[in-house]
Design a protein around this ligand. Structure first.
Ligand code: FEO
Length: 163
């Protein structure tokens, strides 16, 4: 049985995951406008992944016979200012998501909620992977600087993402 406290933070996490989807989608639209189709594809696929994260929590709550409370998803507030600023923003955003996942794990631990602890492990591993992937993109963008050919090749590489 999931406690009320755990129910509240899991519902909040659904909202954060769906918001992440909105954020990546807004970035995808902007990147498409810039002509960076590969980066646009990458962020659009990431948006779908974020929705899947939200649905994973949605299903968990239902499987546990707990309540789902869907709240309003806020509009992404981000001033676009070039490709590097987008990925720096993504990195900070993902770090904040990691913190909220860790908060869920901490609360589940305090309540000896083994089911939620087990469930949230998947998200912890996922956050490690996401942060690492984004950091890697940032490192390369910093390294290439204004080199347009390098950016073109990276855009091509990112366009190959399928899931
Ligand atoms: Fe669902 Fe990007 O964390």
């Amino acid at each position: 049985m999931i406690s009320e406290n755990i129910n509240v933070i899991l519902n909040e996490q659904i909202n954060k995951e769906f918001y992440s989807g909105y954020l990546y989608l807004s970035m995808s639209a902007y990147l498409k406008e810039l002509g960076l189709n590969g980066f646009a594809t990458w962020t659009k696929i990431q948006a779908k992944e974020e929705v899947e994260h939200g649905l994973k929590i949605f299903d968990y709550l239902i499987d546990c016979n707990s309540f789902v409370t869907l709240k309003q998803i806020k509009t992404p507030e981000f001033e676009f200012n070039g490709i590097l600023s987008i990925f720096n923003y993504i990195y900070e955003h993902e770090k904040s998501i990691t913190n909220s996942i860790m908060e869920i794990a901490k609360k589940a631990e305090e309540e000896c909620d083994r089911m939620t602890l087990n469930f949230i492990d998947w998200f912890i591993a996922e956050q490690v992977e996401e942060e690492e992937t984004v950091k890697n993109i940032i490192k390369r963008l910093e390294l290439f600087g204004e080199d347009k050919v390098a950016l073109y090749l990276m855009d091509k590489e990112l366009s190959e993402r399928t899931e």
